[in-house]
Design a protein around this ligand. Structure first.
Ligand code: NDP
Length: 299
């Protein structure tokens, strides 16, 4: 069997187009332009690239983008004062504080200082609680992107057995909660899980969010299962000396021989994350102003 490739890049392009269309509609109807504020503390090179991409994507869909770059030694007090200002700014509908923060800053405190309605990353403790109790909330972007692709592929997820490998707060746990909400039977596996291969092999859906290059091989996958690979790992290029390449947490070549459908890395979950950030900003704006929410772009 050769798996169907779930093209996250094309899917993300479609999500962005739908966001852009809805943005135009609400601008025309209400004169309101959704706005996303991104706060970057320090000069982490990867974070700088992410923030640049987020800015460009936000502008592209017709939203306002507000960038706040702070020095690496910025005090917690200064950062919290900026977040307070953004919380109270009516032009800002979404606030994202790029992680990781420098060590002297308390990440939990900073995230929980963003008002839940503008927490487009879905990391605020209130949003986490609302998601886990099945209430309407802001949902973390990466799991939301995975859910959209799974819904698109399967139609209904009800009754399917899903294994989420990884239990982080930003991917594994919210992913499991979303799948549970869609009536999957969910198993969360982690570094202490016994018989992990067997659990995965029995699953209809495997979501890999481990951070270990190509750990999940074809013999872990049941015939016809759907595999969502969240992992982004840079490894030395096997053929080109001195070069590197990106791989997922799944060994794509062997898994795609067995799976029914699979996301590639790159070009799978990655592009969906920014697209879902835009979708979340739009949703936040619509909820704040009582405007019609976009269809199919929320959990
Ligand atoms: P974390 O490091 O926070 O969590 C990794 C999880 O994997 C932990 O729960 C850990 O278990 C589990 N784990 C580690 N080793 C094993 C093992 N040998 N067997 C089973 N489980 C194991 O990672 P994140 O959740 O933040 O990210 C996961 C991956 O997804 C990374 O590659 C990251 O780069 C990528 N990512 C991609 C995004 C995208 O946009 N595509 C966005 C966010 C992340 P335990 O809790 O027991 O330690």
């Amino acid at each position: 069997m050769t798996a169907k490739i779930i093209d996250g890049k094309a899917f993300a392009t479609d999500v962005r187009a739908r966001v852009a269309k809805h943005v135009t509609m609400i601008k025309d109807e209400s004169g309101i332009t959704p706005g996303l504020a991104v706060v970057l503390v320090g000069e982490d090179p990867a974070s700088q690239v992410y923030v640049r991409n987020k800015h460009a994507s936000t502008i592209e869909v017709g939203m306002n983008s507000y960038e706040h770059r702070l020095d690496a030694d910025t005090s917690e007090e200064t950062l919290l004062a900026l977040i307070d200002q953004l919380n109270n700014d009516p032009n800002v509908h979404g606030i994202l504080c790029q992680l990781p923060l420098p060590d002297h800053l308390n990440e939990e405190l900073v995230i929980n200082s963003i008002i839940p309605s503008k927490d487009v990353d879905g990391f605020h403790i209130s949003n986490v609680g609302m998601l886990s109790t099945g209430q309407k909330s802001m949902v973390p972007c990466t799991p939301l992107g995975c859910l959209m692709m799974l819904r698109d592929h399967h139609g209904s997820l009800s009754g399917l057995n899903a294994v989420v490998v990884g239990r982080s707060n930003i991917v594994g746990k919210p992913m499991a909660n979303l799948l549970l909400r869609d009536s999957c039977t969910v198993t969360i596996a982690h570094s202490r899980t016994k018989n992990i291969e067997e659990l995965c092999r029995a699953a209809d859906i495997v979501v890999a969010a481990v951070g270990r290059p190509e750990m999940i091989t074809g013999d872990w996958i049941g015939k016809g299962a759907t595999v969502i690979d969240v992992g982004i790992n840079r490894i030395p290029h096997p053929e080109k000396e001195g070069k590197s390449k990106l791989v997922g947490d799944v060994h794509f070549a062997s898994a795609s021989e067995v799976a029914g459908a699979i996301t590639p890395v790159p070009g799978g979950v990655g592009p969906m994350t920014i697209a879902c950030l835009l979708a979340n900003t739009l949703t936040a704006c619509c909820r704040t102003h009582g405007l019609t929410e976009p269809e199919g772009l929320t959990a």
